[in-house]
Design a protein. Structure first.
Length: 218
């Protein structure tokens, strides 16, 4: 297969597997999504989804959040890890929203990335899932799979994002980034990977990846 044929195969297979795409992080609006995505850094969606109900019961909007101290926020979010930095970021971005944006999360990449603890990936998730703006947030699953499929050189997540945006149609970005995440978790994980269950990689994967997997399982 050439690269264009690989891209078509990926999109067709993912659409068959995930015609309806679950949203990984529980939220009710752009603000709670922003907080959930921030908390998910170096954690798991399952752990975040178990933690956010306790946080949002206390504060599910920036006005209530800034009434909490950083220490109070940190104690609630401790299970997700990196709680000192995340608590400081949550309080700081909530204060910015109150001071500069009337408590509303802006649908603007540059503004979002200027907030404490909000990087490009977090901003991209919020823009895609909260506002429907085409974006291609790259997490470890997407980075791993794009390399396994021979669609990027795998050097860094920014290069992977550029390659994904170049190869896939813009109108499919928001669905595809979620579909690839779910596929990575279910069929092509980093650990316990079984190539026989990984239809996409076994069909279009780069030779070095396939050989390594076959050797590891033999």
């Amino acid at each position: 297969m050439n690269k264009a044929e690989k891209v078509e195969f990926v999109m067709k297979t993912l659409e068959e597997l995930y015609p309806e795409i679950p949203i990984p992080l529980d939220h009710k609006d752009p603000y709670t999504l922003l907080i959930a995505v921030l908390l998910s850094a170096q954690s798991t969606d399952v752990r975040v989804n178990k933690t956010t109900p306790f946080l949002f019961a206390k504060a599910d909007n920036p006005y209530d959040m800034i009434k909490l101290t950083i220490d109070q926020i940190r104690e609630i979010i401790r299970p997700v890890g990196l709680s000192p930095q995340k608590a400081k970021g949550i309080h700081g971005l909530s204060q910015r929203l109150v001071d500069d944006y009337n408590g509303e999360v802006p649908a603007d990449f540059e503004a979002l990335e200027s907030f404490p603890a909000v990087g490009h990936k977090t901003a991209s998730v919020v823009m895609a899932q909260a506002f429907g703006v085409p974006a291609f947030p790259v997490d470890t699953h997407i980075h791993r799979l794009m390399y396994r499929w021979g669609l990027t050189n795998g050097k860094n997540v920014l290069q992977t994002e550029r390659d994904a945006k170049r190869l896939f149609p813009r109108e499919r970005w928001n669905d595809l980034h979620l579909q690839i995440i779910w596929y990575g978790r279910e069929y092509s994980p980093a650990r316990g990977w079984d190539l026989s269950k990984d239809k996409i990689t076994s069909t279009i994967g780069r030779k070095s990846v396939l050989n390594a997997q076959i050797k590891a399982s033999s």
